[in-house]
Design a protein around this ligand. Sequence first.
Ligand SMILES: [Zn+2]
Ligand SMILES: [Zn+2]
Length: 254
Amino acid sequence: MNSWFEIEEIDSDTFAISEYKHWESPHSYLVCGTRRAVLIDTGLGVSDIKRETDTLTSLPVSVFNTHVHWDHIGGNRLFDHVAVHGLEKDWITDRFPLSLETVKKNLTRFPCEFPKDFDLEKYTIYQSLPDLLFFDGDVFDLGNRTIRVIHTPGHSPGHCCFYDPDRKYLFSGDLIYKGCLDAFYPSTDPFLFYSSVQKVKNFRISKILPGHYHLHITTGLLSEIEAGFSELNRLGQLRHGAGIFDFGDFRIHL
Ligand SMILES: [Zn+2]
Ligand SMILES: [Zn+2]
């Protein structure tokens, strides 16, 4: 058993695959229907996440990325089918916005016991033409289970959440989590981030499954984050360079 990943069963067809040893604690999610499965994000790419999904399902697995940031696409190369939002097609194909050096700096920013077979020198950023582009409102049938795309730009132009309408799960990527919400770099848009938080509030949600940090968060966090953005908007602070605002369970970095 690979001890880099920690697996938690959300229900008998849904699994969180987490990388808690790393400072970013990314979560990827295996979502199984009866005919196929979707892996929402593939983590850092420092260990073989496909070995984990192989132990969990024998269904064919396609990767759906919430967005094309290095810490969500690391294991994409292990899978045959990768899908992203149309607005991030260029980023994943051949124009990843950060240099390899910057990515490696982020990857090793805090001390971490990487897997023994991980070689930083050989680390590369995944780049390949995706075989599917999705857009807002697209619904995918996994067999007895559907997954709906909600385009939630702001953290990145093509950021998406995924919604399971039967179980009312929201896979929230980097839109909702307990930690520092990033809307400060040039490719982010603080106001769109706020609009996207408001957008997902229109869905009935029983469980939020975040892209980072604490796996178990309450649905109430969504309202708290919306209130935080609303306050910053009222104060005229919803703009790049405004700073880092601390709201207790989360921060907003603009
Ligand atoms: Zn991100
Ligand atoms: Zn992230």
